[in-house]
Design a protein around this ligand. Structure first.
Ligand SMILES: O=C(c1ccccc1)c1ccc(O)c(O)c1[N+](=O)[O-]
Ligand SMILES: [Mg+2]
Length: 216
């Protein structure tokens, strides 16, 4: 088919979700990806963990690594108080454009930065007039989690900053997981969950690549 999976998700959101209503945007993405075609959004089950951590942290400055369609971006932004700032980095310009339109449909305001995290993270302090991030959601390429965390440690985190990472066991970010569990800089907590959109009632197409299932 001519369109990409993110564009098909965007069209579904624009068709069924109420403009300005973030929850209806999340529900539209979740129903599309559980019934029609799987996509790598954090999903509603793990999304509830994300919600709880954001609400508990009450962050003012938030960074997300890996925007994709903007599902978790909407999830986070809808819970932030006015005045809080959310920046999301996406290296794929097509994904970034879809995310901008999904976030706009939700009536939310987020800064999407297009580029590679390893290039952009060292520039953030200069580019944005902010000191430290209170909360970071990590959900981009799994091989980049540890490298980018170490880049963040160079002066973008403070005592009490919270990092939350998706997929540390499935598909897995073993080097990141080991580092966070052994470094004296962090207290780590593991939230067992399941890969997004797997409790499959309807038909729906699973991704071409067989996803390794990790039963925790
Ligand atoms: O890596 C994949 C992946 C691997 C194989 C096929 C499809 C996706 C993936 C799976 C679930 C995720 O939540 C996620 O964030 C990703 N990702 O790419 O960032
Ligand atoms: Mg993920």
């Amino acid at each position: 088919s001519g369109t990409s999976r993110p564009v098909r998700i965007l069209h579904h959101v624009q068709k069924v979700a109420q403009y300005g209503d973030a929850q209806s945007v999340l529900s539209a993405v979740d129903s599309y990806c559980s019934k029609i075609e799987w996509a790598m959004n954090v999903g509603d089950l793990k999304g509830q963990i994300l919600d709880a951590v954001v609400l508990e942290t009450r962050p003012h400055y938030v960074l997300e690594l890996g925007t994709y369609c903007g599902y978790s971006t909407v999830r986070i932004a809808r819970l932030l108080p006015p005045g809080a700032r959310l920046f999301s980095i996406e290296m794929n310009p097509q994904y970034a454009q879809v995310a901008r339109e999904i976030i706009q449909h939700a009536g939310l305001d987020v800064d999407i930065l297009v580029g590679c995290t390893s290039d952009l993270i060292p520039q953030l302090k200069k580019k944005l007039d902010i000191e430290k991030f209170d909360f970071v959601f990590i959900d981009h390429w799994k091989v980049s989690y540890l490298r980018d965390t170490k880049l963040l440690e160079c002066d973008l985190l403070r005592p009490g900053s919270v990092l939350l990472a998706d997929n540390v066991t499935c598909p897995g970010a073993p080097d990141y997981l080991h580092y966070m569990r052994t470094s004296p800089r962090y207290e780590s907590q593991y939230f067992p969950s399941r890969l997004e959109y797997l409790s499959r009632g309807g038909g729906g197409a699973l991704p071409g690549i067989k996803l390794l299932l990790n039963v925790t």
